[in-house]
Design a protein around this ligand. Structure first.
Ligand code: PLP
Ligand code: ZN
Length: 483
């Protein structure tokens, strides 16, 4: 019997499994791609079925009790230890406050506007302000484990990033310290100022290269193939495991009842949607949930290779083709050749086998709808980034296409905090989006500060006269009535 205050006793037997050739590899080595065929890995606990010895109610009760644990190692995403990476010891686990992000219901006005009840799950409330912290907590814990058991004296972690991966990697590396040093490689001018400031502030070495994310990824892969570095992109299968916690938390929040729930996820490199499918599948296998929620991936018209693949209705005719991206306000998902595509294909097949046809679908939305999705959400009290706006655009699209009913409940992933992507709001309010985005401002959504007096006018006035004059101007601007 596992008691709540104790660190779990269960240990799994994990292996890397290549999705290309099915070869299996030992986890004591760091692998990113299959040495045989170049395929991507998932991590599998070959003892997972032994967890079936316990009934679903046991797991539900255990995870519910653990939600209040004071064991630091179990306070974050590793609350779901047995389902995730049950090979680490308590001392290995890094906790910076990730996970447990709030589900915030849309208010009445927004629900009415959209026509389907929904929640935002605010993954921007993670420590580096995006969901990437979930995967990074798991990847760094495992790295710390390897450093400890192998007595490594230096590890250089590298990642390419659309911004948030590097912020998360740099943060966790700074905290773990010691032999772990972090290098991040960014596409110059293609991350927001906030996302650039984050790894700099965490003390990481930041290297800017010309091009878009897909170019950066190739450089990083070249480094990982030829030099001794630990790759922290979502090719790193440990990150996918950590990100499964999103699915576990959604299910837990609904009291493990995921019937008629629909989860909307933006797709970029496709790691997150992979992890979310994988997570729900694990819960289903153990009977912790009785039905799989439906999953809707969402992509911008400007970066939509996964949508294009599934847009072909006949599975036999589907063929994956990378696309060239054009500028997208959902910049963190602006990826034409997602490294996790083989994982999506793998899990989507399994998902549809159990959840039925249509339990996994991909929607395509316009740039205009993405930005306005964010603006409308935030005008109703949310803190969504542009990718969260993409989810709302996806929900509206699903509604329009008749794919979702008002009797269902949607969960939208606000993958990062609003403030990380504030420049896109500014461009909308100033109607200054470069033509390539194809976004025009609708005055209905524009909000600008009102200026009531110039510095020069103020300089002319005594302090008392300034106060009276400024107040008068505000009264006029607001049309205030006297008491
Ligand atoms: C990374 C990221 C995405 C895309 O997630 P993938 O796992 O690459 O599909 C979406 N939104 C934000 C804010 C991100 O940082
Ligand atoms: Zn292989």
């Amino acid at each position: 019997m596992i008691t709540v205050s104790d660190f779990p006793k269960y240990r799994g037997t994990m292996e890397y499994v290549c999705l290309g050739c099915q070869a299996r590899f030992d986890i004591r080595e760091l692998y990113y791609t299959c040495p045989h065929c170049g395929g991507v890995f998932i991590l599998e606990d070959t003892s997972f079925d032994s967890l079936l010895e316990f009934p679903p109610s046991y797991w539900q009760g255990l995870f519910d009790k653990r939600a209040a644990t004071r064991v630091t190692a179990l306070r974050g995403v590793l609350r779901f230890y047995e389902l995730m990476a049950p090979v680490m010891d308590e001392e290995d686990i890094v906790y910076l406050g990730e996970g447990h992000t709030p589900m915030v219901a849309a208010n009445d006005a927004l629900t009415e506007l959209v026509g389907v009840p929904f929640y935002y799950k605010n993954d921007g409330q993670n420590p580096s302000a995006s969901f990437k912290d979930r995967g990074m907590a798991c990847a760094f814990s495992y790295l710390k484990h390897l450093v400890r058991v192998n007595d490594w004296d230096s590890v250089l972690t590298v990642c390419a990033s659309t911004g948030d991966t590097s912020a998360a990697a740099a943060l966790y590396a700074a905290y773990v310290g010691g032999p772990i040093k972090s290098v991040v490689i960014l596409p110059k001018g293609k991350v927001t100022p906030q996302q650039l400031a984050q790894p700099l502030g965490s003390g990481a070495t930041v290297i800017e290269v010309p091009g878009v994310f897909d170019d950066c990824m190739k450089v990083v892969e070249h480094l990982a193939d030829n030099y001794r570095v630990a790759l922290l992109n979502s090719k790193n299968a440990w990150r996918i495991l950590g990100q499964e916690s999103y699915a576990f938390e959604v299910a837990q929040w609904f009291g493990w009842d995921t019937y008629r729930k629909c989860v909307f996820v933006p797709i970029g490199n496709a790691g997150n949607v992979t992890a979310i499918m994988g997570g729900f599948l694990k819960l289903k296998k153990l009977g912790i949930i009785r039905s799989l929620p439906r999953i809707f991936g969402v992509q911008s018209q400007h970066a939509d290779p996964v949508f294009q693949y599934y847009n072909e209705a006949d599975p036999a005719k589907r063929e994956f083709r990378p696309v060239s991206v054009t500028p997208s306000a959902a910049q963190a998902a602006m990826i034409g050749n997602p490294v996790s595509f083989p994982r999506v294909a793998h899990f989507a097949k399994e998902y549809e086998k159990i959840g039925g046809p249509g339990s996994f679908q991909v929607l395509q939305v316009t740039e205009q709808a993405i930005v306005e999705g964010m603006l409308v959400a935030n005008r109703h009290g949310h803190i969504s980034c542009t990718q969260g706006g993409e989810c709302l655009a996806g929900l509206l699209k699903a509604k329009e296409l008749g794919l979702i009913e008002p009797s269902e409940v949607a969960v939208l992933d606000a993958t990062a905090h609003h403030l990380k992507f504030i420049g896109f709001q500014e461009m909308y309010f100033e109607d200054s989006f470069p033509a390539a985005y194809g976004v025009k401002s609708d005055p209905k959504y524009v909000n600008r500060p009102r200026s009531i007096m110039t510095e020069a006018e103020k300089a002319q006035l005594s302090p008392e006269a300034y106060t009276a004059k400024a107040a008068e101007a505000i009264v006029e601007s607001l049309g205030l009535a006297r008491k």
